[in-house]
Design a protein around this ligand. Structure first.
Ligand code: 5GP
Ligand code: RI2
Length: 328
């Protein structure tokens, strides 16, 4: 049987960036798997149900390539289908795991905000880039404790996610100053801390985040400003442990220049990479729900907390092709 509309809508929402932000994408994928299970109307047999759930998982994972939170969420939920003996049990295990993933994720963000806020001294100026709900929670909590007095917030071209950050920070009452991305180095001498989120963290502690993050970190390092990355444990990538390079998403040139300009300049080439990699030596700490870690401790999170996904690395990089085996 085909996948229900609720699942197709979430998949399309992630692809078109109506649903965006690595954490929200992961929670939405878990929710989609729950809907898929609840709305299953096919033959009541485990093998058929598994096939159908794998199809849903593959569709979700294929929507965007870079944030590892997406495959990590899908594997977390679907691996509960291992060893189930009947259809009812299989369906219930998917629903329970999806709910657990969402609850764990929300609790993780709350804990990160507590730990992260403590790392910011009273009366500080913070700079953030793109829209990370996790970074926003750290900053908002630090503001409520008198630790943050002002936030410089980049516009984050070309998709302008900085405007979403603006709205969220203002909801918490945080004083925000919008700046163009190109003003980061100019303003850095007024900044005490950079706080950003992450889409993927590699086994050697490099952080893949929205394009421009590594330039922000470079300017911060030169000015000896600390860079904090706020990220839940499911942002760490097990595949990087076997040398896999993180796939950087390239999006439509029309996000960078309008269609009529492209039409007026035939043959023009436009590149729109949407993520970049910040090396570990540009990062002071990664704030996770398990504690404030140096980037070099990424390996501990991968082994201690994501051990369940490590089982799947034997299937190498192609999670979509190997999803059946991974959850076997
Ligand atoms: P850069 O090349 O920007 O100076 O440093 C990138 C850092 O990220 C290096 O420490 C590199 O080992 C690490 N890294 C880990 N995984 C990746 C990846 O998938 N792509 C890239 N470009 N760097 C990665
Ligand atoms: P949270 C976003 O990616 C941004 O790069 C942001 O820093 C990161 O996800 C983490 O966001 P996109 O989906 O999970 O907007 O902290 O391309 O909300």
């Amino acid at each position: 049987m085909g996948l229900p509309n609720s699942v197709l809508q979430i998949a399309s929402g992630i692809k078109t960036m109506k649903i965006r932000g690595a954490g929200r994408i992961a929670r939405s994928a878990a929710e989609a798997l729950k809907y898929a299970a609840l709305e299953y109307g096919g033959v009541r047999e485990v093998s058929e149900f598994k096939k159908y759930m794998v199809e849903a998982g593959k569709l979700l994972i294929s929507t965007r390539p870079t944030a590892v939170s997406l495959p990590n969420a899908v594997i977390f939920v679907l691996r509960n289908l291992r060893g189930v003996s009947n259809y009812e049990e299989a369906r219930e295990s998917v629903v329970k795991a999806a709910d657990a993933f969402i609850k764990n994720s929300e609790e993780a963000v709350k804990r990160i905000s507590e730990y992260g806020a403590k790392r910011i001294k009273e009366g500080s100026v913070v700079l953030t880039h793109c829209h990370s709900s996790t970074a926003v929670e750290v900053i908002a909590r630090a503001y409520s404790e008198g630790r943050v007095v002002k936030v410089y917030n980049t516009e984050t071209r070309p998709f302008l996610q900085g405007r979403i950050t603006f709205t969220h920070l203002r909801k918490y009452g945080v004083p925000v100053v919008q700046i163009p991305d190109s003003a980061v180095r100019y303003i850095m001498h007024e900044v005490d801390y950079v706080v950003v989120g992450a889409d993927t963290i590699t086994s050697n502690g490099a952080v893949v985040n929205k394009i421009g993050t590594s330039q922000v970190a470079l300017a911060a390092k030169e000015a000896r400003v600390r860079v904090y990355v706020a990220a839940e444990s499911y942002k760490f990538s097990p595949l990087t442990l076997i040398g896999e390079l993180v796939k950087i998403e390239y999006r439509d040139p029309e996000e960078v220049v309008p269609r009529d300009w492209l039409d007026k300049h035939p043959g023009v080439r436009v590149l729109n990479p949407v993520f970049d990699v910040t090396p570990p030596d540009y990062i002071d700490a990664i704030i996770t729900e398990y504690g404030v870690l140096p980037p070099q401790a990424s390996i501990l999170i991968l082994i201690d907390k994501l051990g369940w996904t490590l089982e799947s690395i034997k299937y190498s990089e192609n999670i979509v092709e190997n999803l059946e085996k991974i959850i076997e």
